[in-house]
Design a protein around this ligand. Structure first.
Ligand SMILES: *[C@@H]1O[C@H](CO)[C@@H](O)[C@H](O)[C@H]1NC(C)=O
Length: 247
């Protein structure tokens, strides 16, 4: 059972109000819009992979962070080839983050990692129990390993009752999860999907905007950003021009 599966209204009152406004104003949504694609060749993006419980939530936890360009839910940390949701083998549910190192660094990503789950819980988070929900920092190279070890020690110092269970291991193969697990929180909000123009799956998976709204839908954006997006959506509805291009 996934932790947030039963949450009926993840956006709370504001989005319900927006949906009502939508009906009242008779806003027509465009079939789709094109979001400018970030050209990876013009940006020296870096990759980080973490496991911190359900990948639905993990992807949302990083999606809204400044400097995070793209997020992907997947499997990593095990040896099974081609893991699947119902048979992850020895892998952990993970999130792959593509980030712009000019805007955020690995140390800051580690802070988001620690603050987004309870690393003292053994083999799971909340009701998600099982080795696929274990906590792992995947590192690429000695500098990242060093930063991971230092941050884990710091976390252990803060934790008086409980052992930090997080493993630190070398980044191996990351297997993207099935499409239905990508941007999971956003997909539960048809209103937001419409607002960005019902992007086809492939675009949705690569879209920075979708990554951010996935965090917003789960209410996992930093409060200031959560409010900014609220305001932007309200503004769009007021103006009757319901295309959200960026947040
Ligand atoms: C690991 O680091 C090396 C050297 O910095 C880099 O070339 C490589 O792309 C990185 N691998 C991943 C998966 O990010």
């Amino acid at each position: 059972m996934k932790m947030f599966n039963t949450k009926a209204f993840p956006l709370g009152f504001s989005i319900i109000a927006l949906a009502i406004a939508d009906i009242a104003l008779g806003i027509r949504f465009p079939d789709r819009i094109s979001v400018p694609n970030l050209d990876p060749s013009s940006q020296p993006l870096k990759i980080a992979v973490f496991a911190l419980g359900s990948f639905w939530r993990s992807e949302a936890a990083f999606g809204c962070i400044r400097g995070v360009v793209r997020t992907t839910a997947g499997y990593s940390g095990g040896s099974k080839s081609n893991p699947e949701y119902r048979s992850p083998g020895d892998h952990a549910e993970s999130v792959q983050i593509e980030y712009d190192p000019r805007l955020i660094n690995y140390r800051q990503l580690l802070e988001v990692f620690w603050s987004s789950h309870d690393s003292r819980q053994v083999f799971g988070q909340g009701p998600d129990v099982g080795p696929q929900y274990r906590s792992i920092i995947f590192t690429n190279g000695t500098e990242e390993s060093r930063l991971a070890v230092v941050s884990k020690e710091k976390e252990q110092t803060k934790s008086k009752s409980g052992i930090v269970t997080t493993q630190i291991q070398s980044l191996g193969t990351f297997y993207p999860a099935e499409p239905e697990h990508q941007k999971f929180e956003l997909k539960r909000n048809p209103f937001l999907l419409q607002l960005i123009g019902n992007l086809p799956e492939e675009e949705l998976e690569r879209s920075s905007l979708a990554a951010r709204l996935n965090g917003y839908a789960a209410e996992l954006c930093p409060p200031r950003i959560q409010r900014q997006i609220d305001a932007k959506i309200n503004d769009i509805i007021k103006k009757g021009w319901p295309i959200l291009r960026e947040v």
